[in-house]
Write a protein that binds this ligand. Structure first.
Ligand code: ZN
Length: 342
């Protein structure tokens, strides 16, 4: 099969496209003929290499994918060759205490496709049968591939960890990012009042049109001050922070008394300045979040399949143009998901 892969960590120049041996489905696994895959910030981190994370090399990146079941391994029931499916990129053991409690993304052996296991930027991918979900005929492969990783991450952050809902106020930093935009759409769906920031005026305008109550330029505005004005000096019930160092103090200052700050990543760096007095005096809850559990993922699928959520696609590239797709993601100019097709 043809695949995008890298044999050493580094910039876009380490990406190769070429022949890799076809993976075979083992017991409980299926082989998916990938028709579309999508990029996430994670793919850049994995390609660059991360401190304290060992990635098997060579590696095929990509967590998100959709296509048809091509063959099934022994013991697989419920799906058959030809089924149109999307892939859930979070792989779990199913037997540890967290899996048994229904918290699959806390699994002690939790793995993500394209990071710990071969990913979806290939003509074929082998995954556990419980990681494929049939998609409606009306949903195209590009749309189906675009949302699972970012939108499940945002779903858990906004609804389960963040408890957003009608009347609640939510601040989301860096609205151009994949998870941030997904969090915006999900927070709007919950009935919350949503404030967003970006350094890009075009993205701010898009967010206003899509229902953001206010959208501020993070380069020129005092965001915590604007939040104070917009909420009668109360602050926000929930801050979604995927940015890290550049926004953390703004998050602490913008949160209401008893508010929540939820983090799933740190694109600007992982070691922000901290102000512990703000945390205890305002009795803030600072919550981490990674991917989603099975119940949350199924709820997300229901929201997308029923049309209540419509994942945003920025652009579609062919596998041969993978370098351009990664370059667009790394430029930060995209708004929505970047999709690749074989
Ligand atoms: Zn487990």
């Amino acid at each position: 099969m043809r695949a995008i892969y890298f044999e050493s960590h580094g910039g876009p120049e380490v990406l190769k496209i070429g022949e890799r041996s076809d993976p075979s489905p083992g017991a409980g696994e299926v082989r998916v003929r990938i028709r579309a895959a999508a990029l996430n910030q994670l793919d850049v981190f994995v390609r660059n290499g991360m401190e304290n994370v060992r990635v098997p090399l060579p590696q095929i990146p990509g967590g998100d994918g959709a296509g048809e079941i091509e063959s099934i391994g022994p013991g697989v029931e419920g799906v058959a060759p030809g089924d149109r499916v999307l892939v859930q990129p979070g792989v779990y053991c199913g037997v540890c205490e967290f899996c048994r409690a229904g918290e699959q993304s806390l699994c002690v052996k939790f793995k993500i496709l394209g990071e710990h296991l071969p990913g979806t930027l290939a003509e074929m991918a082998v995954v556990p049968a419980r990681n494929v979900f049939r998609i409606p005929d009306t949903l195209g492969f590009e749309a189906a591939a675009a949302f699972p990783l970012a939108y499940q991450t945002a779903w858990r952050m906004v609804l389960s960890r963040g408890e957003a809902g009608p009347g609640r106020t939510v601040l989301i930093h860096g609205i151009g990012g994949g998870v941030a935009w997904a969090a915006f759409e999900i927070a709007r769906l919950s009935g919350a009042r949503v404030f967003v920031t970006s350094s890009d005026e075009g993205k701010l305008a898009t967010a206003r049109r899509a229902g953001a109550e206010q959208a501020w330029n993070s380069r020129t505005e005092d965001v915590a001050g604007r939040i104070a004005e917009a909420t009668g000096r109360r602050g926000c019930d929930l801050v979604i922070d995927t940015v890290g160092e550049a926004t953390w103090m703004i998050s602490l200052r913008s949160a209401a008394r008893g508010g929540r700050i939820v983090t799933c990543g740190a694109t600007s760096g992982p070691n922000p300045k901290e102000e512990i007095r703000l945390i205890f005096w305002k009795q803030l809850s600072i919550l981490g979040s990674t991917m989603a559990n099975d119940r949350e993922f199924r709820a997300l699928l229901d929201a997308v399949f029923s049309g209540r959520l419509e994942p945003k696609i920025d652009s579609v590239f062919s596998f041969d143009d993978a370098a351009s797709a990664f370059a667009r993601l790394e430029s930060g100019r995209q708004h929505g998901k970047i999709v690749l097709t074989p």
